[in-house]
Structures are given as C-alpha cells and as structure tokens.
Design a protein around this ligand. Structure first.
Ligand code: SF4
Length: 158
C-alpha cells in the first residue's frame, strides 16, 4: 500500500461495513501463499489438526510447524506461486487450491478476510483485496454485519 493511502476520519475506526460485505471464496489459494508469512494457532487448534491428520500433537508440531519467537506457525513450502501453506493442496481439485485440513483449519484461516486490520477502513479493505489479490472480496454472498463481527472478534480469543 502506498503512503498516499490515508484513511479519512469519517470511516476510520467505525463499522463502515454495517450493511455487510460481499465475500465468496473462489479457491484460488492466494491468501495461503505469497511472501513468507505466519499462520498462528492455539493448542486446541493444533489438536484438531493433528486429529485430522491421524497423528499425535507432538508429531504435528515436529513435522508441520516452526518456532517464531515464543509461538509456533504452520510451515510453508516454496512453490512457483510463493510460500504456500504446508497444507495447501493444489493437486486434488483441477484449477483450484484448497485447504487439505479445511474442517480443522485454525481461526486465522477461518476468519479471512474479516480480520480487524483488514476492516480498519474501506481503504485498507480495498488495499488487502488488491495486494493479496483476493478475488473473493466484494463478490458473491452478502455477509451480514452480525457474522462479520463474530469473525472479526474471534481474534480476541487468541
Ligand atoms: S484469496 Fe480470496 S478467493 Fe482466493 S482462496 Fe483466499 S479467500 Fe478464496
């Protein structure tokens, strides 16, 4: 985002999305790749992912995570697309990139793109949509404010 993208006082810090936002994932996988990043999860989420994989929590941490400061993030695999999440599956569905742990994916993934930092203002929402790029934002199903709040505030429990 350029430093010309300055928020206006009328939209910053308010629920400018009170009428809802459109979002329908196209399964392009762009939000699961790109530059190096982190995917955070808590112990319950680690257990859910380990269970889905049929392995122990200890094995899950050893094989699929890396230490970042005091926390653990999911590992990434460098591909022609960028740093793919280790669980991003580009093979099973032709032309799509899907999460191989979908039902057990952590909060960070479940709540995309309704993260507090993405919702800061219309400007940040558009910048994230452009930078990812996420073709699912501003298209398809209208997500009501009540659901956006649940996804936005899920991050407060981490
Ligand atoms: S970038 Fe957007 S459309 Fe593509 S997989 Fe992620 S959420 Fe779906």
């Amino acid at each position: 985002m350029s430093d010309r993208d300055v928020d206006t006082p009328s939209t910053t810090g308010t629920e400018w999305y009170k009428d809802g936002l459109r979002f329908s994932c196209t399964q392009c996988g762009n939000c699961c790749t790109g530059p190096p990043g982190v995917v955070w999860f808590n112990d319950d989420e680690a257990d859910a992912m380990a269970k889905k994989l049929g392995i122990s929590r200890a094995t899950f941490y050893r094989k699929y995570t890396r230490k970042v400061g005091q926390r653990h993030s999911l590992k990434e695999t460098v591909t022609e697309h960028g740093h793919d999440c280790v669980f991003l599956d580009r093979e099973s569905v032709p032309g799509k990139a899907v999460c191989s742990l979908y039902e057990a994916r952590p909060t960070q993934c479940r709540t995309w793109p309704f993260w507090p930092e993405n919702l800061h203002s219309p400007m940040t929402w558009r910048a994230v949509k452009r930078a990812t790029p996420c073709p699912g934002m501003d298209r398809g199903k209208l997500v009501p404010i009540e659901e956006i709040r649940i996804q936005r505030d899920a991050h407060l429990d981490e």
